[in-house]
Design a protein around this ligand. Structure first.
Ligand SMILES: Nc1ncnc2c1ncn2[C@@H]1O[C@H](COP(=O)(O)OP(=O)(O)OP(=O)(O)O)[C@@H](O)[C@H]1O
Ligand SMILES: [Mg+2]
Length: 238
């Protein structure tokens, strides 16, 4: 199986070279655990490698995400200018469409149809797709509806041969009974461990599953610096 480099120092070694090509990976974790940064690394590396990429944002402002990438030394602006990276901000599009807050209703949460519509019309040449954050799709939906929407998106991407990274906040992941974890090829969880006595925080990356790929080390300590995420050390799975 061919793998695409993750762009994260030390992570490719844990996954036989990177994310499995043409498959979907889910990243979940609590707020501030590094989910968005993980996606930015993958986009930056993929663009550097000449791949055509798409970033779908549902919660954060495009400007903030681009500033974050730039400050971590993985700026994406040149790739946007060259047309290699396309960013679609569902959240901002909705706000622009519905200028009056009183008219939002359930509209702002119902981003799933917009994502499906957008991905259905994307070019077949797209290699890499990052969706940050699919957790918003869980709002105002029961679990069955959410599962249907998620599998529709997964199937569109699989059929298009895209290597996809889905970011999902931990709360939505848990409230949807961790269903998405079963529906993807790979599942990575970011874990933040706080030590209230020392005041220090430790961050772990846990590769819960990666089908068809040997994962010798499941839990790995990582940190976030001005250069982004760096995997420091791994612990062999029991
Ligand atoms: N230059 C830096 N040096 C050290 N840590 C940084 C730096 N830039 C960002 N961080 C850390 O990265 C975290 C943010 O990471 P990221 O935006 O990827 O989180 P997230 O999991 O996407 O959060 P959310 O669920 O809120 O979207 C911040 O909490 C901050 O501690
Ligand atoms: Mg984020």
């Amino acid at each position: 199986m061919e793998n695409l480099p993750t762009g994260v120092e030390g992570l490719d070694l844990l996954m036989d070279g990177g994310y499995p090509r043409g498959k979907s990976i889910l990243v979940t974790g609590p707020p501030g655990s590094g989910k968005t940064i993980l996606g930015l690394h993958f986009l930056h590396r993929s663009c550097q490698d000449g791949r055509k990429c798409i970033l779908v944002l549902t919660r954060e402002l495009t400007e903030d995400v681009l500033t974050q990438a730039h400050s971590l030394g993985i700026g994406l602006d040149p790739f946007i200018e060259s047309g290699q990276l396309n960013i679609r901000n569902i959240f901002e599009d909705k706000i622009n469409k519905i200028k009056s807050v009183s008219k939002f209703g359930k509209g702002l949460c119902a981003v799933d149809t917009d994502i499906i519509e957008y991905l259905s019309s994307m070019s077949t040449e797209v290699d890499v797709v990052v969706i940050d954050n699919i957790g918003v799709m869980a709002i105002n939906h029961d679990i069955r509806e959410f599962a249907d929407e998620f599998s529709s998106i997964s199937i569109i991407l699989l059929k298009n041969g895209c290597t996809s990274l889905f970011v999902m906040d931990e709360d939505s992941y848990n409230t949807t009974q961790r269903l998405t974890g079963y529906m993807v090829f790979g599942l990575m969880r970011l874990i933040t461990q706080e030590n209230f006595i020392s005041g220090k925080t430790k961050q772990y990356l846990y590769i819960e599953k990666m089908r068809n790929t040997p994962v010798p080390v499941k839990y790995s300590l990582f940190d976030i610096t001005s250069q982004g995420i760096r995997v420091i050390s791994g612990m062999k799975s029991p």
